[in-house]
Design a binder for this molecule. Structure first.
Ligand code: 3H9
Length: 720
């Protein structure tokens, strides 16, 4: 049979009595087939060579090893398996030192853990992020890390998936030393001192910390509490805890290893794993714009401006500062500006108090943010993000001022959740430099960034803003300039269905619980209470606008002074100082009355119907968005929904969820609902077509072909 070419390699060199194995699989050195084969081959070679007395394992480039090759999961791997390669390292007759030159993640750290010694540069980071992929550290990590740093710390690291710095790794005992100078020179020196020893430590033999934990059930109980709080609905965390339980209780290391393999396999075949790996690659795909060349030069960003010092503006300014970019915050009102700067300071102070940043770090970022009252101060910024309230005329006025005040090459971005970017661009002399940046509130915390591509936004502008998104560690997704962009447009149908379900007989508590049990982080009525029911009600009153059917209940609640969390009563009741929603039976008469008045017969509704109607509403609108090319690919909508709207990551986003269910099943369910509302449940043509072809959602037609055909005003999405 033909063997495929192996991916990645290991370079072998010697320096005196030391062999150096360098993993070389750019850009991040995952343990692909060729790397596993190389490790195996060269460990033997070094052991067979009598002139070699010690072995150093390191990585080429900026990474040590980024873990197993994620693209191999679900496929038949070539070459030796990882366990075989790692066993050869662990049982090497000559001592092996892992010289951790950069990121050692997942299988990368697990490789370091089979070495006798570990040394890192001060820039190295180590971690076991498998849980983020629906997996557990399956190359011995669940058995070796608890032996090294104790089960409690190890569980924290594996359940959070968050890597730690070299400094912390040294404190905890994950690594033995930090190299401040040349890593390889220091590693050789370290190893030379050990070479004479008859024995070299193996992590597998260190049992003290585990024996200590035996019988102390608080370790596992705390881990379970942490997992249910931070990873609700996920499969892998429980598996990780079970592995550590085995490590604690089994005397034989290899028995624990066997359990780890079993539990790993269960994760591997669980649909959550596929969903989460879809999101890993989906996020990277979303950051690319298919019709813009990779080599597109970026506009250098050394200094930024933000217009508006409210909640949004402040959060956006923090994003710039956090990524090391000095930023001017402009407000024309001195009091607002002062208040805004105060809020920023308070937000950072809170992070210091919670141990999320040091006082020095706070001083650095605060030093990057300066207030100003004058447009003239923006003369030398490279980008401005305008973040005032949603009013087209106001934004246009600001863009005229910005066009005048800033350097002609500066990018002008508008933070808007729904206004027409082209209409804003049209008042400037540089429409190609105008773009939309839709941040989500609180902007310094929420990861989603919708980057709105106007008719004339240039390749350079788009590529630059996407790269700023990356610097800010955002999940950035491109949307064409169409009403509601991606996220809010999809939300419309979801909320519409939630409101209809309420009119048809379900109670807010049932609807919220059903969707939360599906995995949504917050049900729609709890969300509406949080946002405030009175916003729409007031706007309708002011504009003399008739209340649409789906808002009738919310408006009736407002008439009774029930505005939501802000005054402790809305769809739910809240007790003083608490955000916990308690059912409000006193509302049920209102629900009945409004259903009756509108000739809607209230009935018993199943949780499944609630979930299907709300989620399939997202899917059908998503199909339309994809067909129009407003989103580049279905995965982009998954990224939007997971990072901006609380969709469970372990379901892979609404579009992936539909793919996993089967599009024919989706259509079948929609057809069932069409007797309730024929217009609403008409399948989008693309959905119908893909279902007929037994296909799935994927790529959209390229955007620049579509952008010119799409008119902002003509796309009708109902309420927006
Ligand atoms: C594991 O180890 C399981 C074991 O416990 C058990 C086994 C039995 N594989 O993120 P970037 C690609 S599970 C394949 O943009 P950065 C990535 O797709 C693994 N490909 O760079 C991208 O490709 P493209 C546990 C990978 O500098 C390119 O490399 N490990 C892998 O912003 C650059 O990536 C993890 O979960 C991989 N493992 O960040 C770590 N990693 O250019 C996952 C990356 O075509 N990786 N690629 O779009 C990361 O967290 C980040 O990539 C890292 C670099 C921090 C390393």
């Amino acid at each position: 049979a033909m063997t495929n070419e192996l991916k990645g390699k290991v370079n072998y060199t010697t320096k005196g009595n030391i062999a150096i194995l360098e993993v070389d699989n750019p850009p991040v050195n995952p343990l692909s087939s060729g790397v596993r084969a190389g490790l195996s081959e060269y460990i033997s070679k070094a052991n067979e060579d009598d002139s070699i007395e010690g072995i150093i394992l390191t990585g080429a480039g900026r990474s040590f090893i980024a873990g197993a090759d994620i693209s191999e999961f679900g496929q038949k791997p070539d070459g030796p398996d990882l366990h075989t390669a790692l066993r050869e390292i662990e049982f090497s007759k000559k001592p092996v030192l892992a010289a951790i030159n950069g990121t050692a993640l997942g299988g990368g750290l697990e490789t370091a853990l089979v070495c006798n010694y570990r040394m890192g540069t001060n820039k190295a980071i180590v971690g076991l992020p498998e849980v983020n992929l629906g997996l557990l550290p399956g190359a011995g990590g669940t058995q070796r890390l608890p032996r090294l740093i104790g089960p409690s710390q190890a569980l924290k690291m594996m359940l959070s998936g968050t890597p730690i710095s070299a400094k912390k790794a040294l404190q905890q005992g994950v690594i033995d030393a930090i190299s401040e100078n040349s890593l390889i020179d220091d590693a050789i020196m370290f190893l030379q001192e050990k070479i004479g020893q008859s024995e070299h430590p193996k992590v597998r033999d260190k049992n003290e910390k585990l024996i200590e934990a035996r019988g102390a059930d608080n370790v596992l109980a705390e881990a379970r509490a942490l997992a249910s709080k931070t990873r609700r609905g996920q499969f892998a965390p429980g598996q990780i805890i079970a592995c550590v339980e085995a490590a604690i209780n089994e005397d034989d290391f290899d028995v624990g290893m066997k359990k780890e393999s079993e539990y790993f396999l269960e994760c591997l075949i669980n649909p959550q794993r596929e969903a989460m790996i879809h999101i890993f690659f989906g996020e990277r795909a979303a950051s690319k714009i298919s019709d813009i060349p990779k080599e597109t030069p970026l506009h250098p960003i050394q200094k930024a401006g933000v217009v508006g010092s409210g909640t949004m503006g402040g959060g956006i300014a923090m994003n710039f500062a956090n990524s090391g970019i000095p930023v001017l915050v402009l407000d024309q009102d001195e009091k607002n500006l002062e208040r805004g700067m105060g809020v920023i300071d308070k937000n950072y102070q809170m992070m210091v108090e919670r141990g999320r940043m040091t006082q020095e770090q706070k001083d650095i970022v605060m030093g990057l943010i300066s207030p100003t009252l004058s447009y003239e101060d923006l003369a030398d910024v490279d980008i401005v993000v305008e973040a005032v309230y949603e009013n087209l005329e106001l934004k246009q006025e600001i863009f005229r001022s910005l066009d005048e005040a800033t350097n002609e090459n500066a990018i002008l971005a508008s933070n808007t959740s729904g206004l027409d970017i082209d209409a804003i661009a049209s008042v400037t002399n540089r429409p190609e430099k105008v773009v939309g940046t839709h941040f989500f509130s609180p902007a310094n915390i929420m990861r989603l960034l919708e980057v709105v591509r106007g008719q004339e936004s240039s390749d350079e502008t788009m590529a630059t803003v996407m790269s700023i998104g990356k610097r800010m560690k955002k999940a950035s997704v491109v949307s064409l300039n169409a009403p509601g962009f991606i996220g809010n447009r999809m939300l419309y149908g979801y909320t519409y269905q939630a409101n209809m379900l309420l009119l048809e007989g379900a109670l807010p508590n049932q609807i919220d619980n059903a969707l939360e049990s599906f995995g949504m982080s917050m049900g729609p009525f709890r969300m509406m209470d949080l946002v405030g029911l009175d916003l729409g009600w007031r706007a309708r009153k002011l504009g003399n606008i008739e209340t649409p059917l789906t808002n009738k209940i919310a408006d009736a609640l407002c008439e009774q002074d029930r505005f939501g969390q802000k005054n402790s009563k809305g769809f739910y009741n809240y007790s003083e100082g608490s955000r916990a929603p308690n059912p409000a039976p006193e509302n049920e008469d209102i629900y009945k009355e409004i259903s009756d008045n509108n000739n809607i017969a209230r009935r018993e509704i199943s949780d499944q119907e609630i979930i299907d109607r709300c989620i399939l509403a997202l899917v059908n609108e998503g199909a339309q968005i994809l067909e129009e090319g407003v989103a580049q690919r279905s995965g982009d909508m998954d990224i939007v929904y997971i990072n901006g709207y609380g969709f469970p990551i372990w379901r892979g986003g609404p579009m992936f969820y539909a793919n996993q269910q089967g599009l024919d099943k989706v259509i079948e369910k929609m057809n069932n609902f069409s007797k309730l509302d024929e217009e609403f449940w008409k399948p989008a043509p693309l959905l119908q077509k893909l279902a007929d072809e037994s296909s799935v959602f994927g790529e959209a037609p390229t955007q620049n072909e579509r952008a010119t055909k799409l008119s902002f005003k003509k796309t009708n999405i109902g309420g927006v």
